[in-house]
Write a protein that binds this ligand. Structure first.
Ligand code: SAH
Ligand code: F3S
Length: 438
């Protein structure tokens, strides 16, 4: 009799890089002969792929571990990979004594070792560099939007951010490897490429002949691939938005007119204490240049409210810049003190109720700007990429070039990339229709 096929369960929290890592882990375990299950009680190995960016994200992981422990088969292995593994290290075993593995974001390719030696405890939170990318198998089928990590880690050391600690210093993957993965994605179903990195526009790779490759080179090369119709990248650091990259928005129509370039705060003194040493003039000047290069470009940002020492006046300046730039698709967070970061030790930590008040005010403004932008799209025709049917099955969800959802009536064999006429809008999404009846 054949031994029963072992099953794995994986749950991913956090950013797009983690979502990508989650896919790679699933592909790796499938390659090892395991089958994916959505049911914890059925799984032989349970993996939480974790995020540590805010305290709440870390807490979520430990409460999920408590639930898993009660629901899993007694023989099942369970553990964490990703940023919480790196943040908690060996202390994770003290919090959850029967945990089987704790693997950081650059060592999850070592996961199969636990399958070979299930009685061992596996702890590896080394920053092993880019080794994981070479050891993981390619995916056989790519999603319509393929995420290609080109760079990992961050050298910026914003004083609030745990990412430089969990993901380490910045490393760019070889240009040839990035292009190989992009071509593989295109040949296996991708239509859109999203280049990923914590500091993606800092991508810089020097090959053995001394030739330097930047993100603009990757974009130019990717645009030549006929199957690829849309290109974007995330997340960008303002001062790395160099002129060669800005030019891409003018010269490369496949590059979407949408850019995520977090400002975090509109107050110069808060930015300085965040160790984001760019002036507001420089930031707005980059946006001016981008708008000259691509007049329809839209910008999204992340914001942190309630950073230590943030005054009412500092916060008003954040509101002002949000209104001035008219950010769309943005995220705002209450400042959360994190271990291994300088800001956690700063004086004048802001009380929770003030953080909550400021967040509500900023969110209301960002929602209003988004609603205005969405309504302004009514009557326009936008080229949109199919995401799939909605939950009811009566509609299809498409993505506009500005990453808005556009909902249309269900149609069999709907085109993957098509022009849609925008007929209605609210703050969350657009409604559209096909230009032809069939
Ligand atoms: N450039 C990175 C950003 C990582 S963190 C990337 O996209 O990979 C994502 C966002 O979380 C940051 O832009 C910041 O707005 C927010 N963030 C990071 N640390 C935080 C903290 N300690 N408290 C609240 N928000 C935080
Ligand atoms: Fe974090 Fe700042 Fe880098 S937000 S990922 S340290 S650019």
């Amino acid at each position: 009799m054949q031994p029963k096929q072992k099953k794995f369960f994986i749950q991913t929290f956090g950013c797009q890089m983690n979502v990508y890592d989650g896919w790679r882990i699933a592909a790796m375990l499938t390659h090892h002969g395991l089958e994916q299950t959505e049911n914890i009680s059925d799984a032989d190995i349970i993996i939480l792929n974790t995020c540590a960016v805010r305290a709440k994200a870390t807490d979520k992981v430990f409460s999920a571990l408590g639930r898993i422990r009660r629901a899993k088969k007694p023989s099942a292995l369970f553990g964490i990979v990703g940023c919480v593994a790196r943040e908690a290290g060996a202390s994770a075993f003290r919090r959850i004594p029967d945990l089987n593995f704790v693997l950081g974001p650059q060592s999850y390719h070592k996961l199969p070792q636990i399958l070979e030696n299930p009685d061992a405890r596996l702890l590896n939170i080394d920053l092993g560099g880019l080794e994981k990318f070479d050891e993981l198998p390619q995916m056989e089928k790519s999603p319509r939007v393929a995420y290609i990590p080109i760079q990992e880690g961050c050298n910026h050391v914003c004083t609030y951010c745990i990412v430089p600690y969990t993901r380490g210093r910045e490393l760019s993957r070889p240009f040839a490897d990035c292009i190989r993965d992009t071509i593989h994605a295109a040949k296996t179903g991708a239509i859109e490429i999203c280049f990923l990195g914590q500091n993606v526009n800092g991508y810089k790779y020097t090959d053995e002949n001394g030739t330097v490759f930047r993100l603009s080179d990757l974009i130019r090369e990717t645009a030549k691939i006929p199957e690829i119709m849309r290109i974007r990248f995330t997340s960008s650091y303002p001062t790395e938005m160099t002129d060669d990259l800005i030019d891409m928005f003018a010269t490369e129509p496949k590059l979407l007119p949408f850019l995520n370039m977090p400002i975090q705060s509109g107050s110069q003194s808060v930015l300085t204490r965040m160790n984001r040493p760019y002036s507001l003039e420089l930031y707005t000047d980059i946006i001016r240049k981008l708008r000259i290069a691509r007049p329809d470009i839209q910008i999204s940002s992340d914001f942190i409210v309630g950073f230590p020492g943030e005054t009412d006046d500092d916060f008003d300046q954040t509101m002002k810049i949000a209104q001035q730039i008219k950010y769309i698709n943005s995220y705002s967070f209450k400042y959360s003190p994190r271990p291994h970061t300088a800001a956690a030790l700063m004086p004048d930590q802001i009380p929770e109720n003030i953080k909550a008040e400021r967040l509500a005010k900023l969110d209301a403004l960002l929602n209003e700007i988004q609603r205005e932008f969405n309504i302004g799209c009514i009557g326009k025709t936008l080229q949109c990429l199919l995401e799939g049917p909605d939950k009811t099955g009566r509609h299809l969800v498409y993505r506009t070039p500005f990453m808005q959802q556009c909902i249309v009536a269900f149609r069999e064999n709907a085109p993957e990339l098509t022009d849609l006429e925008i007929t209605d809008a609210n703050k969350a999404s657009l409604r559209g229709k096909f230009l032809t009846d069939n």
